[in-house]
Design a protein around this ligand. Structure first.
Ligand code: SAM
Length: 177
């Protein structure tokens, strides 16, 4: 399976708490290994870690990263960087290239991203050349470039498991040793 990590830039604590949590949750759902947060927000980290401990898997969150340093290390380790921006090359034109890449950092912004990101990235990719949401852009990108069914990913070690039902809610609590 492709190794994907998310880099979240421009997060404003307080204002972006909900959307940053949602990009983290979306990345986890669709198979990312973790999220690097280029800001200091322990509240977001705690809320994502709570989800991981209740719903399983090994998704990690790294707070307060230096994005230049993380990108440098990622590239040194053979990883590629894909920055999502409405100004970039439209996703359908690069899907095949991205599918071939087995170690990918996906970068999403909140407020305006630092201009150097456009040059540090291997690809600047638009999910349609119109403004919308980093959550939608991330979800569509991860789903289109995945080499597995992104909605069939397992999350081992969960405290809670949903039993899918046509109506209502069924959740089982898993016993821990
Ligand atoms: N005003 C900011 C700017 O000019 O850079 C962008 C704000 S936008 C809500 C936040 C993030 O959503 C962007 O940094 C980008 O990662 C993502 N995004 C929004 N529209 C996109 C699109 N059409 N394609 C890819 N990413 C998009």
């Amino acid at each position: 399976m492709k190794k994907v990590i998310l880099l979240r830039l421009g997060h404003r604590p307080g204002r972006d708490k909900r959307i940053t949590t949602h990009v983290g949750l979306t990345a986890r759902l669709l198979g990312a290994d973790g999220m690097l947060l280029a800001a200091d927000d322990p509240v977001v980290v705690k809320s994502l870690e709570n989800v991981v401990s209740r719903w399983g898997g090994n998704f990690y969150i790294k707070n307060k990263v230096d994005f230049n340093q993380e990108i440098k290390e990622w590239k040194t380790g053979g990883g590629k960087v894909c920055h999502l921006s409405m100004y970039g090359v439209n996703l359908p034109n690069v899907t095949d290239e991205l599918k071939k890449c087995d170690k990918l950092m996906i970068v999403v912004g909140a407020e305006k991203v630092p201009p150097e990101i456009y040059y540090l990235a291997d690809w600047n990719i638009a999910v349609g050349n119109q403004p919308h949401s980093e959550v939608a852009a991330l979800a569509i990108t991860m789903d289109r470039i995945a080499d597995v069914d992104t909605l069939g990913i397992k999350f081992p070690g969960a405290e809670l498991t949903i039993i899918p039902t046509k109506r209502g809610k069924q959740v089982i609590e898993n016993l821990r040793n």
